[in-house]
Design a protein. Structure first.
Ligand SMILES: [Zn+2]
Length: 325
């Protein structure tokens, strides 16, 4: 995969093309943006392009360097992932050592720190020391979905590259060209993904996605309009769909959010479920004696609870009974 296969992020591609051509690569970049929009993939392609034997801003995919990066065994590239919930000081020490030796096969040594917002304070301090005097050949790319967690002193020594969500058209092109989806399916999944390509990919991988979506939109309406009988019936389905529950909650939140948006602004351009504008309109006219913002909060609270290993059935029962009470 080269930059040609990366969808979206055109501005950042342009930016790095210029840097590449001027050969003025900095020692430190922070790729900042929400989870799931392709920052790491972009970084992998960038380092491939930098290290490729090809002189153009496009990786050839056939030279040794490209092959090794694709196989994750390039001796001059190191990728750090969190160890458990954080990136610890000993991991940073390891790459400090890695950077202390000259490159083996290329002009650079590159470290990608994924989820870098999970670096502990002491590991950030070690990195700061590296950034104060980086080796000439060293490049560090911090990938972060919350650069607020990075020390100001690290940020001031880095180029911050903002990554935005993809446009709906870009996600659609990805789904049609790369994953060979039909137009209709691509439209629904792209809308649902809200510009987060990873979310689109997961929906694509879930063969039941479209069916689940229809069902959950119906169910969300039953909850909102207090159709208690059907709401309680639906609990059995939710209990059965443990593997899909995050997707289900995502669909619910998106749906309720759409109704709130239309109630507040009548702006259909910013709703997620554009293909269901008529139904959103109908719902937004109906009187809801429920505070929908609180319903969203309750769902988010349940997501948190499940993350903390609370009993699944109990969490689902509580949530639904709580919403329809
Ligand atoms: Zn190459």
């Amino acid at each position: 995969m080269s930059f040609n296969n990366i969808y979206g992020h055109d501005k950042n591609k342009e930016y790095f093309k210029k840097i590449f051509e001027s050969k003025k690569i900095s020692h430190s970049y922070i790729f900042d943006g929400v989870e799931g929009i392709g920052k790491k993939l972009f970084a992998m392609n960038l380092i491939k392009t930098i290290m490729c034997k090809n002189e153009d801003f496009i990786s050839c995919e056939i030279c040794n360097s490209c092959k090794k990066i694709n196989h994750m065994n390039h001796p001059d590239v190191m990728i750090i992932e969190p160890d458990g919930n954080s990136i610890k000081n000993n991991q940073v020490k390891e790459f400090q050592k890695f950077l202390s030796y000259k490159p083996n096969e290329s002009k650079y040594k590159i470290v990608i720190i994924n989820d870098s917002n999970k670096m502990t304070l002491s590991s950030q301090n070690t990195i700061l020391k590296i950034l104060e005097e980086p080796p000439e050949y060293g490049i560090i790319i911090f990938i972060s979905n919350n650069s607020n967690n990075l020390l100001e002193t690290i940020k001031s020594r880095s180029q911050i590259i903002k990554f935005k969500k993809l446009l709906n058209d870009e996600v659609q092109s990805f789904l049609i060209s790369e994953l060979k989806l039909s137009n209709d399916k691509a439209v629904s999944i792209a809308l649902f993904s809200d510009g987060i390509i990873n979310k689109a990919y997961q929906a694509y991988e879930n063969s039941e996605f479209l069916e689940i979506r229809e069902r959950i939109i119906d169910y969300s309406n039953q909850l909102i309009f207090n159709d208690k009988i059907n709401a309680i019936k639906g609990i059995a389905y939710l209990n059965k769909e443990k593997d899909n529950i995050l997707l289900i909650f995502d669909i619910m939140i998106g749906w309720i959010r759409d109704i709130l948006i239309v109630q507040a602004t009548s702006n259909y351009d910013i709703v997620l479920n554009k293909d269901k504008s008529e139904l959103i309109k109908k719902n937004s006219y109906k009187l809801v004696d429920k505070n929908l913002v609180i319903v969203i909060e309750k769902i988010n609270q349940t997501i948190n609870d499940l993350d903390n290993n609370i009993n699944y059935k109990l969490a689902i029962d509580n949530l639904i009974l709580n919403i329809i009470e």
